[in-house]
Design a protein around this ligand. Structure first.
Ligand SMILES: [Zn+2]
Ligand SMILES: [Zn+2]
Length: 158
């Protein structure tokens, strides 16, 4: 895995990185090939745990900010969307609070939240069982007649 050097102080302030430090163009390949999804998931969950509880991997010590999960989420969001240090395909599951690749689960426009594959069934929102598109809230989209969740279009067609 390539070593990625990041000046966090500058990154948090939204300032450009010094020469030789993280560069999105240079590390594009690292994102797609060498840094495998599972590694990102593992490391990001470690970061989340550190930010919220102070638990660190063995052998390292640092005082934790002991943030609320909501604050920790906003730090990770900033690193993804503003500084682009973390690829944005990683999402925090609304239900279990773990970080997963967005391929494993689903983001819902209806409530603006992501649910991982393990927690999809507990989400208040659901996809259409006919076409696979987002249907909306479970309570609004269940068709008693067809005994399944249906989006508006599919409800009309049936
Ligand atoms: Zn989950
Ligand atoms: Zn549908």
């Amino acid at each position: 895995m390539p070593y990625i050097k990041v000046d966090l102080g500058r990154a948090i302030k939204g300032k450009p990185q010094p020469e030789g430090y993280f560069d999105e163009e240079v590390h594009k390949e690292a994102y797609s090939d060498e840094i495998k999804s599972s590694v990102w998931e593992e490391k990001l969950n470690e970061l989340l745990e550190y930010l919220t509880t102070g638990n660190l991997p063995e052998g390292v010590h640092c005082k934790s900010p002991k943030m609320s999960p909501k604050m920790a989420k906003s730090v990770i969001w900033f690193l993804q969307e503003v500084t682009k240090i973390i690829p944005d395909e990683y999402e925090i599951c609304e239900d279990c609070g773990e970080i997963h690749n967005s391929d494993y689960g689903r983001y819902f426009e209806t409530n603006g939240k992501f649910y991982c594959g393990d927690c999809l069934e507990y989400a208040p929102v659901v996809h259409c069982e006919e076409c696979g598109n987002e249907a909306g809230y479970k309570k609004d989209t269940y068709s008693k007649k067809h005994k399944m969740y249906l989006c508006k279009d599919c409800k009309k067609k049936k």
